[in-house]
Design a protein around this ligand. Structure first.
Ligand code: C2O
Ligand code: CU
Ligand code: CU
Length: 540
């Protein structure tokens, strides 16, 4: 792929920055050495979700207590401390448990805040009343608790949970607070049987997060003014907490449930085998299984989004490996901003200081090493699931005046990103909708902008069309409406590129929450969100 002018400028800026500073060069060497070893050394093992421990599988029984605290030595990459949700059940201990629930089950949990600042849990993508899903108005003070109780009404899918106290979400998520909330149902379990997939063995939840480290391997969250504007990107990308880990695999199909848990990094994921892209099958997006599988060779995964993939390793021999990589793309930072051209360089320089991969550069994430043969004769079914149709009437549109426009743009005076020119105000609800039916919305990202992954709490939406997409997005369209494979099915987060208009229909008819609701609409670049790129959405 030819280098874009922007990438070239960033590289040039890095080179001169290095010449100027000199000193950080020493810090770069271990990094460079590590990069040179990629593909040869085996590295740490990918943390597989076990019966307890960090990211262990936990089927909650009764009332589950999740205690938020800093846990020394927990981060696999450096054995530094990280923040975690600690749970105990039947004598076992979990950190950031992967919660496994069945549709129809009652979920009861108590958050105990042992931090020195407020926190609250948001169940991202999970159907729950606004008081039950982490509106910052309900943040629990230090030493306080918050109780959750709701029936699990979602279809099967890969949902997740993370903090949502206003102004502190990015930091707390970055320092470790995030894990999966998996819902299972008969349809999904039938597919798992058909493909002989076992959660934790051949069906693997993997959270991707980037981190910056201090001299002793400790996690550093110290965003500069530029970071607050662009997002705080780490110097290394971790998979389930480890640096470039290895998954030892058999010659069969694996299901990977990938979550982008970064505050600000966008991925373009691909699998490389002998320098070539190995195609994979997309089977699920944010809101669970698609109706039919889609074969892809790369996929954008924005902050907050999830994809479920099937990776077929039957064509490999023991001893051969596949790399999950970020494939090069144009991150479109500062798109069309002549006045900010220098900032791409600044940002590149900061990334280089840390020895980290630029967002749009090619770099490895996870190595999958085929270590054994396994007879496996299953085939991926042509139909995966039946998606629910729209609820209620078909009256789309806002009181006959066309779709509701949601404009994303930089407020140059305040130097922050806004939604319809507004910043978050806890007591204001600039968007008021009526429950009952889907509404037509359009996310309109300014031409002079950067990509914003837009997320709505409480309801799923369908993506109907993309217009004005940049070339690297348009290339991937799977239908005449310009949608990508990652737009299919049900979505709670959608990436909106600079200059793009994305038409969506959030369905305010389902679920039917009791009483008035105040949900949130925000950018899942969590620095943007904490800086106020978020609005209340009142549901009457
Ligand atoms: Cu995952 Cu309001 O966010
Ligand atoms: Cu959410
Ligand atoms: Cu944003």
């Amino acid at each position: 792929m030819p280098q874009t002018r922007r990438q070239f400028l960033a590289l040039a800026a890095k080179a001169s920055a290095l010449a100027l500073v000199g000193a950080p060069l020493a810090g770069l060497l271990p990094q460079a050495a590590r990069a040179a070893r990629i593909g040869s050394a085996s590295g740490p093992a990918l943390l597989l979700p076990g019966a307890s421990g960090l990211y262990g599988l936990l089927q909650p029984e009764g009332n589950l207590t999740l205690t938020v605290a800093s846990v020394p030595g927990l981060l696999p990459a450096t054995r530094a401390s990280m923040l975690a949700y600690t749970a105990r059940q039947g004598g076992a201990l979990w950190y950031n448990p992967i919660l496994v629930l069945h549709k129809g089950q009652e979920f009861r949990a108590r958050l105990v805040n042992n931090l020195l600042e407020p926190t609250i849990i948001h169940w991202h993508g999970v159907d729950a009343d606004w008081r039950q899903t982490g509106h910052p108005a309900y943040a629990a003070a230090p030493g306080q608790a918050y109780d959750y109780a709701f029936p699990v009404t979602n279809r099967a899918g890969t949902y997740w949970y993370h903090p949502h106290p206003h102004g502190l979400t990015a930091k707390q998520a970055y320092l470790g607070l995030a894990s999966f909330f998996l819902v299972r149902d008969p349809e999904e379990e039938a597919l798992s049987r058909e493909l002989d997939l076992t959660l934790g063995v051949t069906d693997l939840p993997i959270v991707l997060q980037d981190k910056r480290f201090g001299p002793r391997g400790e996690l550093v969250y110290a965003p500069s003014q530029d970071d607050l504007l662009m997002g705080y990107r780490g110097s290394e990308v971790l998979a389930n907490g480890a640096r470039q880990p290895t998954l030892s695999a058999a010659t069969r199909i694996y299901r990977l449930r990938l979550l982008n848990g970064c505050t600000a990094r966008l991925f373009n994921l691909a699998f490389l085998h002998r320098g070539r892209r190995l195609p994979f099958t997309l089977i699920g997006n944010d809101g669970g299984l698609l109706d039919a599988p889609r074969t892809l060779d790369q996929v954008f995964l924005a902050q907050g989004e999830r994809v479920e993939l099937l990776l077929d390793l039957r064509g490999l021999k023991p001893g051969q490996a596949v790399q999950l990589v970020n494939a090069a793309f144009d991150p479109m930072h500062n798109e069309g901003m002549p006045g900010m051209e220098g900032m791409a360089g600044m940002e590149g320089m900061a990334g280089m200081d840390m020895g980290g991969p630029d967002e749009g550069a090619a770099y490895p994430i996870l190595r999958i090493l085929v270590s054994r043969k396994e007879p496996y004769g299953r085939t991926i079914p042509a139909r995966l699931s039946t998606l629910p149709g729209p609820s209620g009437s078909t009256s789309l549109g806002v009181t006959g005046s066309g779709p509701r426009r949601i404009e994303l743009a930089l407020d140059r005076q305040a130097n922050r990103w806004t939604i319809n020119g507004l910043s978050f105000d806890m007591n204001a609800s600039p968007i008021v909708v009526e429950r009952r039916a889907p509404e037509a919305w359009e996310f309109v990202n300014a031409r002079e902008s950067m990509p914003h992954p837009m997320h709505l709490h409480g309801y799923f939406f369908r993506v109907d069309a993309r217009r004005g997409s940049p070339e690297q997005v348009r290339q991937r369209a799977v239908d005449p409406a310009g949608r990508l494979a990652t737009d299919l099915g049900l979505k709670d987060t959608v990436l909106v590129w600079p200059g793009e208009t994305v038409a969506v229909t959030p369905d305010f008819g389902r679920p039917d929450y009791p009483g008035e609701q105040t949900f949130l609409l925000h950018c899942h670049n969590l620095e943007h969100e904490d800086q106020g790129m978020m609005l209340n959405v009142r549901v009457l």
